[in-house]
Design a protein around this ligand. Structure first.
Ligand code: NAD
Length: 282
């Protein structure tokens, strides 16, 4: 039976450490979050962010906008937030309504306040390997691997999914850690042939039960990023058949309680890092 990589416990200890570090700074780290519309999942994510900020002793501001808001209005608000020194991080909760360009909005956040690390300048730094912060989900997985002493050095790392927020940066993070990275996606002809090679398998496809026990190498580390809501039960499941795969893997993340809490903790970590940069402490 695999060892469970417990993101919930680790995230709580990280928040405690961040609170202690923040208390020593000349001012409170701060983040401003823009939420457009009333999507229940986004509402919950933003509420959780405010709760995490409170726990870490950070300043947080939430700006609610109706889904009829224009792109120009959002860009105007971002301009003001970029200039306000009390906010170290600025975040726009995604997804945005169809009439607003996510690309333009992301590019309007000042790179030095881009707490999600989605701005093209920060993506470029990530590719080059000298980024100060990483997108929260890959950063959280990196911290989880560190906490359990799982090295990517010399390992075959298979990334299922190539999105800009999870798959692509996660592969880059493993590459930076000297892993041999294989990206898989919808056009990969024989997914199982790839996943069976993985010493570290990270799955972010959003396809329940995509990864069965027979697709996993014995002794592998399996990271399930997905959050699929079961329409009948309302409960979250991952992409990995947990019961089967945990019999073969050496390490595995649960859903929920694995990557999700680490993503939240890394947002706080990124706010603190940007705050230290802005205070000239890094
Ligand atoms: P996305 O839809 O943007 O990307 C999914 C990727 O998976 C695509 O690259 C696609 O090619 C690939 N894919 C889909 N079906 C596949 C298949 N059958 N075989 C191989 N590849 C396939 O999704 P995303 O934003 O990267 O999110 C992925 C999942 O992770 C979702 O379930 C999302 O809810 C979850 N997520 C969780 C967290 C967290 O903190 N736990 C954070 C972000 C996303």
């Amino acid at each position: 039976m695999a060892t469970i990589l417990d993101g919930k416990v680790l995230a709580a200890s990280i928040r405690l450490k961040l609170r202690e570090e923040a208390a020593l700074l000349p001012r409170r780290p701060g983040i401003a979050v823009i939420l457009v519309g009333d999507d229940p999942a986004s509402q919950l994510y933003v509420k959780n962010k405010a709760k995490d900020c409170e726990e870490c002793g950070f300043l947080s501001r939430r700006i609610d906008l109706p889904d009829t808001v224009s792109e120009e209005e959002i860009l105007g608000i971002l301009n003001k937030l970029n200039a306000e020194t009390i906010y170290d991080g600025v975040l726009v909760q995604l997804p945005l309504p169809a009439h607003i360009s996510e690309k333009r909005v992301i590019e309007a956040i000042a790179p030095e306040k881009d707490v999600d690390a989605f701005h093209p300048l920060n993506v470029g730094r990530m590719v080059r390997g000298d980024s100060v912060i990483w997108p929260c989900t890959p950063a959280g997985i990196g911290a989880l691997l560190d906490a359990y002493d799982i090295s990517a050095d010399g390992k075959v790392c298979v990334m299922v999914g190539r999105s800009n927020i999870v798959g692509k940066p996660m592969g880059l993070l493993l590459l930076r850690r000297h892993g041999t990275v294989i990206y898989c996606h919808r056009h990969t002809p024989d997914l199982a042939a790839m996943t069976r090679q993985a010493d570290i398998l990270v799955v972010a496809a959003g396809q329940p039960r995509l990864i069965s026990g027979s697709m996993v190498k014995p002794g592998a580390t399996v990271i399930d990023v997905a959050m699929n809501r079961d329409a009948e039960t309302g409960r979250f499941t991952g992409d990995v058949c947990f019961d089967e795969v945990s019999e073969k893997a050496a390490f595995i993340t649960p859903v929920p309680g694995g990557v999700g809490p680490m993503t939240r903790a890394m947002l706080m970590q990124n706010v603190l890092t940007l705050a230290k940069l802005h205070m000239g402490l890094l």
